[in-house]
Design a protein around this ligand. Structure first.
Ligand code: MN
Length: 284
C-alpha cells in the first residue's frame, strides 16, 4: 500500500497515479486526552488504522496524484534519527571536503547516530526554505524508514518487523562549523515523501536504486546495497540507546554527490520501489 497525506490533513492511498481519499479511516483513532504519549498517533494505532483503510478504500473517491499537494506521511514523529556518513563513497568525499569539520566522526561505527529536530519535517509540496543564503546549503538524498511499533533493544534479526514502511528522504544541511543537529534542524530541512510504501509491499530495502537531480542535472546516484550500516543495523544501533516510537523516522545516510542548492532550484529525488518527488527550493 502507498499511503500518503495530502492537502495538509487528508489521508490517501495512491494506486496507479490516483489518490484515493481514505481520511474516514482516521475515525478509528481513539480520542486522546493530554498528555498524549510520544509518537505519531496514526502509527501508534497502525494496525487499527490499516484495517479501517481496507474497510473504506473500496468506496473511496479518487483524484489524480498530479492535482494534490503531498505532505509528509508521518505528521508528528517524536524524533528523526539520522545516520552520519553511511556510504563509503560519501565518506571519501567528506574526508576531502574542507567545509567538513567532523573528520574525527566520519566512521559511523564510532560516531553513532544523531538527531534532527522533528519540527524540521515537511512534505515535498511544502518545499525547502533556505535561511542562510550566504552559506552552502546541500541536498542529501536518503532512504527514509518509518517505525511502526515501539522498538527497544531490537536485534538486527528482528529489526525489519518494526518497520511500517519506507519513503524518500532529503536530509538538507547548511555546511559549517556548528553541531550537526543545529545545522540540519532548520525548518523544512527534513523532507519526507511523497508517500510511504508499506513494508509488506517493499519487504527488502537492501538493494534499491536511489538518485537525485537538481534542475534535471544528475547529482547523486547509488544503491542501498552500499550502505555501511544497513537498515536492520541502524534499527539495532538506535534502539540500543533509546526506544524508537511509532512514527519515528530514520534517515539512513547519503551517498556521494552531495552539493549545493539555491532558491529557484528544483530537486527531483527518486527511489526504486517507492517513486519520485519534486521539491522546490525557496528563500525564507
Ligand atoms: Mn544525511
Amino acid at each position: 500500500m502507498y499511503l500518503c497525506r495530502f492537502n495538509r490533513d487528508r489521508l490517501g492511498v495512491v494506486e496507479e497515479g490516483v489518490v484515493y481519499d481514505v481520511t474516514a479511516a482516521l475515525d478509528a483513532l481513539p480520542h486522546e486526552r493530554w498528555p498524549q504519549p510520544f509518537g505519531d498517533a496514526l502509527f501508534r494505532h497502525w494496525d487499527t488504522v490499516r484495517q479501517a483503510i481496507r474497510d473504506v478504500l473500496p468506496t473511496a473517491v479518487g483524484q489524480s496524484a498530479t492535482a494534490v499537494d503531498f505532505y509528509a506521511p508521518v505528521a508528528t514523529p517524536s524524533k528523526i534519527v539520522c545516520a552520519p556518513v553511511n556510504y563509503l563513497d560519501h565518506r571519501n568525499e567528506a574526508d576531502a571536503d574542507p567545509a567538513n569539520f567532523y573528520h574525527h566522526l566520519n566512521k559511523i561505527q564510532e560516531a553513532g547516530l544523531f538527531l534532527k529536530s522533528a519540527s524540521a519535517l515537511v512534505g515535498p509540496s511544502e518545499g525547502v526554505w533556505l535561511r542562510h543564503l550566504d552559506r552552502r546549503n546541500d541536498h542529501e538524498l536518503e532512504l527514509a524508514v518509518v517505525i511502526g511499533r515501539t522498538a527497544n533493544r531490537v536485534s538486527r534479526e528482528n529489526a525489519l518487523s518494526y518497520v511500517a514502511g519506507y519513503a524518500i528522504g532529503l536530509d538538507m544541511t547548511v555546511r559549517g562549523p556548528e553541531e550537526r543537529s543545529f545545522r540540519k534542524s532548520i525548518d523544512s530541512f527534513a523532507v519526507v515523501g511523497p508517500w510511504m510504501v508499506t513494508a509488506d509491499d517493499l519487504p527488502d530495502p537492501s538493494q534499491l536504486d536511489i538518485e537525485l537531480t537538481v534542475n534535471g542535472e544528475p547529482r547523486q546516484q547509488a544503491n542501498t546495497r552500499d550502505l555501511i550500516v544497513d537498515v536492520p543495523g541502524l534499527i539495532e544501533m538506535a534502539s540500543r540507546f533509546y526506544a524508537l516510537n511509532p512514527g519515528d523516522i530514520i534517515l539512513t545516510g547519503t551517498p556521494a554527490g552531495v552539493g549545493p542548492v539555491v532558491p529557484g532550484d528544483t530537486i527531483e529525488a527518486r527511489i526504486a520501489g517507492i517513486g519520485a518527488m519534486r521539491v522546490a527550493v525557496n528563500a525564507a
